[in-house]
Design a binder for this molecule. Structure first.
Ligand SMILES: [Zn+2]
Ligand SMILES: [Zn+2]
Length: 425
């Protein structure tokens, strides 16, 4: 029987990923149900038009960034869904934050334990990325072996997951589907540990408050900043969503969460956050419980009580609450934008303006959540696949230097997979 690969969306863009693997007997897997990054906020009807919704399929979500799950609710409700155990909770939290409902049943995989969906055998590997619980996937059907990287990097706090996989790679890969976010860009890919050192240096130079924008889901960054805060004996204050994410991700790991084990970390409760009513009563209850638990250990404070040398998570949406609480940035304070610089104008424009006006020091401290071109090449070499299909990148056609020959598909173009067990490298 044939096995056919169709990238419905993602051959030409970063995000919005949706890839189909179809078995000749009719069974189908859909890898990711990604929302396009450039979709307007209220846009609906975002599934790729080439995806057939009339036949059964099983959906695998590689990690909990919206460009991989954000249109899941538009897929038929009887399509089973699989993802990582934390990703399942993060996706549900994401839907609650977006005030949308998700009616799909979601099963969760155990890493490195093969499970079956019809004719497919699937094995997930935990990988290093700026989202927690990110997976790479091996899919086997009819003696064809397909490996999907999802989003990954090799310079985060979990880089060893990738280097260990490369040292003992799955054999006889016919098709490697790889992301290429950083192909043809100059995004920084310094080690996450270097980010911690830069925060330490900055804390040595800033006597006032340090306001930081970073993604709550980027738990490596939360850990880097927290470690710097602890080394410099400061205190760190996160918002409710970040505290909820850490509550999902941290138990059983060394990652920080707001609890008595991490007295340097607290929740800052603002009026705006309390006013965010969740879609489900259960999510409300979970948030209220978290706030009560933080209060019980004196790790929840109102914005007006922020210490004068606090390290504070900031959002454009929290400025009004901070201002109302008498928190006015000044020349002794600093603002760090700790996310991709391309987002600065859209997500932190008002914070930048306020900090400039206040005379606060402004810094950009960041490293990419995605592998450098050189690291992707090393990964391809280690897996020695028969064919490489690039996705999740904008510059694959311009920047192929150092890569083996790539199979460039168009969105929606079906490709019948051949066996290539000798490898092309
Ligand atoms: Zn992505
Ligand atoms: Zn991602």
């Amino acid at each position: 029987m044939t096995v056919t690969l169709t990238v419905h969306r993602g051959t030409q863009e970063i995000g919005g990923t949706c890839i189909e693997i179809a078995h000749g007997g009719g069974a189908r897997l859909i890898l990711d149900a990604g929302r396009p990054l450039d979709a307007p906020r209220d846009a609906v009807g975002l599934l790729p038009t080439s995806l057939d919704l009339g036949r059964p399929a099983t959906v695998l979500i590689c990690h909990a960034h919206q460009d991989h799950w954000g249109v899941l609710h538009e897929m038929p409700k009887d399509w089973p869904v699989w993802t990582g155990p934390m990703s399942e909770r993060l996706i549900r939290l994401g839907y609650a934050m977006n005030k949308q409902s998700l009616d799909h049943a979601i099963s969760t995989w155990t890493y490195r334990r093969t499970f079956r969906v019809g004719p497919f055998a699937i094995t997930a590997w935990l990988t290093d990325h700026s989202a927690p619980d990110a997976a790479m996937l091996l899919i086997e059907a009819d003696c064809k072996r397909i490996f999907y990287t999802g989003d990954f990097r090799m310079h985060g706090r979990k880089a060893r997951l990738v280097t260990d996989l490369m040292a003992a790679p799955p054999k006889d890969i016919d098709v490697l589907i790889t992301e290429g976010t950083n192909i043809g860009t100059d995004k920084p890919t310094m080690a996450e540990t270097e980010i911690e050192e830069r925060f330490v240096q900055l804390l040595d130079q800033v006597s006032g408050r340090l306001f930081v924008y970073w993604s709550a889901q980027n738990v490596d960054r939360t850990a880097s900043l927290f470690r710097a805060v602890r080394r410099r004996r400061r205190r760190m204050f996160v918002n409710l969503y970040a505290a909820e994410v850490m509550d999902i991700v941290a138990p059983g790991t060394r990652l920080p969460r707001v609890s008595s084990d991490f007295p340097e970390l607290s929740l800052v409760v603002t009026k705006g956050q309390r006013a965010v009513r969740r879609l489900t009563a259960e999510k409300d209850r979970q948030a209220d419980e978290l706030i009560e638990r933080c209060k019980a250990t004196e790790q929840a404070i109102a914005a007006r009580s922020l210490p004068s040398d606090a390290v504070v998570m900031i959002r454009d949406s929290s400025l009004k609450d901070f201002e109302g609480a008498g928190i006015h940035p000044g020349p002794d304070d600093a603002f760090v934008f700790s996310a991709w610089s391309g987002y600065a104008d859209t997500i932190a424009a008002r914070t930048y303006a306020l900090m400039r006006q206040a005379g606060a020091r402004i810094e950009h401290i960041h490293t990419s959540g995605h592998a450098s071109a050189a690291d992707i090449q090393a990964f391809i070499t280690a897996l020695a696949p028969g064919t490489v299909v690039p996705v999740h990148g904008e510059n694959w056609d311009r920047s192929q230097h150092g890569f083996p020959q790539l199979l460039r598909l168009r969105d929606g173009q079906a490709h019948v997979i051949d066996r290539h067990h000798n490898g092309l490298l």
